[in-house]
Design a protein around this ligand. Structure first.
Ligand SMILES: [Zn+2]
Length: 287
């Protein structure tokens, strides 16, 4: 049987503790590197004869148990992450981070509702001493986007949400993204694409990455004015199948880690083309 041992360890003599990133790009690279470490750990499981180990060194000060500085630790995250509530996407774990590293907001479908925005604003306003990056993270097979796609494909399903205001408000925001994604797929693959047996899946995955990019763009716009010197917003999609983070770019067809969202309409159109032209989406629809 395969065994994965991940140890969060503090107080190891001689252990090198990682310094917190001092700028946005270092923060982005650290999250990408952390995710690659996590993905590689699971990937290496078969080669290692079924048992793999990883130790994440924790600074005892972040837990308030350091002999010389006991008590409540100050909050010092270097990144805020808006992720989905999906239980298969544990944020600290997939980025190889520990306590006091990430300010995490999780909500089904990782959309930008009022409470989410309020939490992110709090982080930006109150944690600016350490916070360098905001990341919006979608994930493959997201149930929230799948539901929105199913309603788009069969609108009668919306009736069952008539008395469910909270769920409706999440889905309403996503339906426009699904609609845009459907149009993009039709433009690239022809109107008959709707008959393809994997169309629902392709539409869902297109909507997931579009949702993450658009949400990152919206966060960037909303935080303008609250924005300290060097804060940036990035986005990506965690792939449940490979444990890697993906954001489509022309130059890199493989997992590319967290990326910058579009900044205007022209770059959104360009991103839309990159998404439907990516191996990931195109391979679903190639017969
Ligand atoms: Zn989800």
């Amino acid at each position: 049987m395969a065994i994965v041992e991940i140890t969060y360890r503090y107080g190891t003599p001689g252990a090198t503790l990682r310094p917190r990133p001092l700028d946005a790009e270092s923060a982005r690279l650290r999250l990408n590197e952390g995710n690659r470490t996590f993905a590689a750990l699971l990937e290496g499981m078969a080669e290692a004869g079924g048992t793999v180990h990883r130790v994440v060194e924790i600074d005892a000060r972040d837990l308030g148990i350091h002999p010389t500085s006991r008590g409540t630790p100050g909050q010092l995250p270097f990144a805020a992450v808006l992720g989905c509530s999906d239980a298969r996407v544990p944020i600290e774990l997939i980025f190889n981070e520990g306590p006091n590293d990430l300010f995490v907001v999780r909500v089904a479908g990782n959309g930008l509702g009022d409470d989410v925005l309020g939490s992110l604003r709090y982080a930006v306003e109150h944690l600016r001493g350490s916070l360098r990056l905001v990341a919006v993270l979608g994930h493959s097979g997201c149930g929230a986007l799948t539901t929105a796609v199913d309603i788009f494909l069969e609108p009668s399903g919306y009736l069952s949400l008539a008395t469910n205001h909270a769920l409706r408000s999440i889905l309403d925001r996503q339906l426009i993204i699904v609609q845009t994604s459907a149009r993009r797929l039709a433009n690239s693959f022809g109107h008959d694409v709707v008959k393809h047996k994997r169309y629902r899946e392709a539409l869902t995955e297109t909507a997931i990455v579009t949702n993450a990019a658009l949400t990152a763009y919206a966060v960037q716009q909303e935080l303008r004015g609250f924005d300290p010197h060097d804060l940036r917003v990035v986005y990506g999609v965690y792939l449940l199948e490979s444990h890697e983070i993906w954001a489509p770019t022309r130059s890199l067809t493989k997992a590319s880690g967290l990326a910058e969202p579009p900044v205007d309409l022209a770059s959104f159109i360009e991103l839309g083309e990159e998404i439907v032209g990516s191996d990931r989406i195109a391979s679903l629809l190639n017969r």
